[in-house]
Design a protein around this ligand. Structure first.
Ligand code: BGC
Length: 740
């Protein structure tokens, strides 16, 4: 391993005096430093740049010396960062260290499943460990700030950034946001291998109208408080070091100039003392939004709203000084922002004498094992007709077909600029190594997921004919999801469905494995395939994970963190909806896709597709079956200040071990603000041996039943409630109690 060290030799700048006094608390150190800063230096701290070329240009070095930048993002090699830091500490007037930020979203060199895939694990501890590993690798290379987790509630799979999200549900997203923050930040921010996390994008960015990225969001305050804010509140409560604002205009006011969000809620109600950064050029984008007249106006709006640091655009740099001199921005506002920035730098230990060495991060046996476990747990089994999976030994020869079977880059998914492509193990490679190359016939059929040529079909069909079972890897390429990757159609792109249809004609059972960054619509494929595994973009070790699941060395345990629509026309579709005055009934199901054959009845449904989702939130099969029974509630009535315990028996009725994610839902039957048909209030992963059963319990307090009333007060109202202990958001064992 190659190390670069900073040396402190012969340097006596003011910054080192501060560094030598670790006993005084952070706030005193912040104030002492702030008192010595010029306005220019303060504005420098409030500015973040991405322009760090390799090798470090002399002009950048000069700017760092002059205190022009507080932070760099996605910039430089580890050696450049080390050198830039040396200059900041030893050659700038006050020796204030730089903070290097980067999009370390789901892994660094070792890539874990995309966040949506991680959410499908419903495994807090695993998600925390994945973030810890990502932090360790990134910090080794001098990154001490990641722009993750993205905790925008996402209910629209057209939005490409659904891949980066933790799904549709505030409770699940809050639990996993907490896990990620813990993982990134470790036990202490001051630990050299901790990175500051960033709760983004505050808030409502995921509600972009029509799923089109950057689009406006209109979210009534009640929905904001019930659905969109909770993950951010959870991140704040777990000590997240930073927040990033969204690109969108929320209710007509850009999130980046939104005083209600930043001042009233974040700083006011939540007493947040961390750093708030804008998104990329979002400050000056307020001009195009039609909210600011020019860059000066944008700087004023952003600074006044409470954006501490401007990402990439330079409105602060160019205008804040004159705004302060003109009295348009209060000096106290600048000081407050700089305090938030310095506080974080102190908390990260950046001022302290021991600057860690910058090394080279590499995947290792442990990180790969963790990535494999994460991929294993993220895969959701959607269909398994007559127990085709796991494959038995009788399936001697497999045909591996499809554009995603052997595509390392695509398998890593969005935001993987640091992921090591040559360390990725694809399903093809893994199957060959486990089964022996002679038992694996490979014919991709299509070059990429968007390929429309049928030139490879004949080879694929031929391989299918010669096999005992077809493993067809379909989905979306890496670049079809993520930022600015909105789609108006959710079908399998290119000629993938045609490939499937052709391969099917070979007459062999077909297992479809889908790798994608979002829920896709693939009804007709799912209908005709014998088994379907949804693998998201599973990361570095996706191949071995999928191979082990197919071959039954492990059993699938992923559960959907987001509702899968039957058709894009149903979007947005999510489980925690309100009932309407005319809810449709089960008897209205069975409408064939796309044919308005039964335009009868005046209920809230579609006349050309079932109103139900293709797969509900929480859904996922295993290689065994679980039975839910004996729901018991510890008392018929819940009184203020008390608790209820709700329990049910979960039995493994199959022939092999399996892991079930037991979900706990509540419904408030009558309230002064109509409540969703179900709300998730707990979940637990349980592993049961064949034949084993276990009682799983959840506790419920009146706070768990609280909601925002018409006056935006969090209240509980007496009345009847239903509870479910359930395998997903639509089934389960149900009970009732009363809140008094
Ligand atoms: C994204 C952010 C990201 C930033 C820096 C923006 O375009 O919206 O999520 O952290 O770029 O790369």
């Amino acid at each position: 391993m190659h190390f670069l060290f900073w040396t402190a030799a012969g340097v006596l700048v003011a910054g080192t005096i501060l560094r030598a006094e670790p006993q005084i608390d952070v706030e005193n150190r912040v104030n002492a430093l702030l008192a010595r800063m010029t306005l220019d230096e303060k504005i420098g701290q409030m500015s973040q740049s991405t322009s760090m070329k390799t090798p470090l240009a002399e002009s950048i070095k000069a700017e760092i010396r002059a205190g022009r930048w507080g932070s760099f993002l996605n910039a430089g090699s580890p050696a450049d960062r080390a050198e830039a830091q040396r200059i900041a500490i030893h050659e700038s007037r006050l020796g204030i260290p730089l903070l290097f930020g980067r999009d370390v979203i789901h892994g660094y060199k070792t890539v874990f499943p995309i966040p949506l895939g991680q959410a499908a694990t419903w495994d807090r501890e695993l998600v925390e460990q994945a973030a810890r590993e990502a932090a360790t690798e990134a910090a080794t290379e001098g990154i001490r700030w990641t722009f993750a987790p993205m905790i925008d509630i996402a209910r629209d799979p057209r939005w490409g950034r659904v891949a980066e999200s933790l799904g549709e549900d505030p409770y699940l997203a809050s639990a996993l946001a907490t896990a990620m923050v813990r993982g990134f930040q470790g036990k202490s921010l001051a630990d050299a291998l901790s990175v500051a996390a960033c709760a983004k994008h505050f808030v409502g960015y995921g509600a972009a109208e029509a799923g089109r990225d950057y689009n406006s969001a209109w979210i009534p305050e009640i929905l904001l408080r019930e659905v969109y804010l909770p993950p951010f509140r959870a991140a704040r409560d777990s000590g997240v070091a930073t927040f990033m604002t969204g690109f969108e205009a929320l209710n007509g006011v850009p999130a980046t100039g939104n005083r209600f969000l930043l001042r009233d809620i974040l700083r006011g109600e939540w007493k947040y003392d961390g750093l708030v950064v804008s998104d990329y050029e979002a400050v000056t984008e307020m001009i195009r939004h039609g909210f600011a007249r020019d860059a000066s106006d944008a700087a004023r709006e952003a600074a006044t709203a409470g954006i501490d640091m401007e990402m990439v655009s330079t409105a602060y740099h160019d205008h804040l000084k004159s705004l302060v001199e003109r009295g348009a921005v209060e000096p106290a506002q600048i000081d407050a922002a700089v305090r938030n920035i310095l506080r974080l730098k102190f908390r990260l230990g950046l001022f302290d004498e021991q600057i860690p060495p910058v090394g080279e991060a590499k995947p290792n046996a442990e990180s790969l094992a963790l990535a494999e476990r994460a991929a294993l747990e993220s895969v959701v089994l959607l269909k398994n007709e007559s127990g085709l999976l796991p494959l038995t030994e009788a399936r001697r020869t497999v045909a591996v077909i499809g554009p995603l079977a052997d595509s390392p880059l695509d398998q890593m998914g969005t935001w993987t600029m640091d992921g090591l492509r040559d360390r990725v193990e694809t399903p093809l490679a893994a199957l060959r190594s486990i089964m022996g190359a002679d038992r694996v016939l490979y014919a991709p059929g299509l070059q990429t997921s968007r390929d429309t040529s049928d030139a490879g079909f004949a080879g694929a069909v031929d391989a299918a004919r010669r096999s005992d079972v077809v493993l067809l890897f379909l989905g979306e390429e890496q670049i079809l999801s993520g930022e600015a990757r909105s789609r108006a159609f959710l079908d399998l792109p290119g000629a993938q469905e045609a490939l499937f249809t052709n391969v099917l004609r070979a007459g062999k059972p077909v297992v479809v494995v889908i790798m994608a960054g979002r829920p896709l619509t693939f009804h007709s494929v799912a209908e005709r395939a014998r088994a379907v595994l949804y693998a998201w973009h599973p990361g570095t070790m996706g191949g071995p994970a999928i191979a082990q699941l197919l071959l039954g060395r492990r059993a699938p345990s992923g559960r959907l963190p987001i509702t899968f629509p039957r058709s894009v026309g149903q979007v947005p579709i999510y489980y925690a909806h309100l009932n309407t005055g005319r809810p449709p009934s089960e008897t209205e199901l069975g409408i064939p896709m796309g044919t308005p054959l039964r335009p009868e009845g005046y209920t809230s449904k579609y006349i050309d597709v079932d109103f139900t989702p293709e797969y509900p939130f929480g859904y996922g099969l295993s290689y065994t079956t679980f039975e839910y029974s004996n729901l018991t509630i510890s008392a018929p009535v819940l009184h203020a200040g008390q608790k209820l315990t709700v329990s049910a028996q979960i039995a493994n009725r199959g022939k092999r071990e399996g892991t079930e994610t037991v979900q706990f839902y509540v419904r408030d039957l009558v309230a002064s603000v109509v409540q969703p048909v179900r709300k998730l209030r707990g979940f637990e992963r349980v592993t049961l041996q064949a034949g084993e059963s276990r009682t799983v319990s959840f506790t419920l307090t009146p706070q768990d039943l609280a909601f925002y009333n018409q006056q935006m007060k969090l209240v509980t109202e007496p009345g009847k409630f239903q509870v479910w202990i359930a395998p997903d958001a639509v089934r389960g064992a149900m009970g009732e109690f009363e809140l008094q």
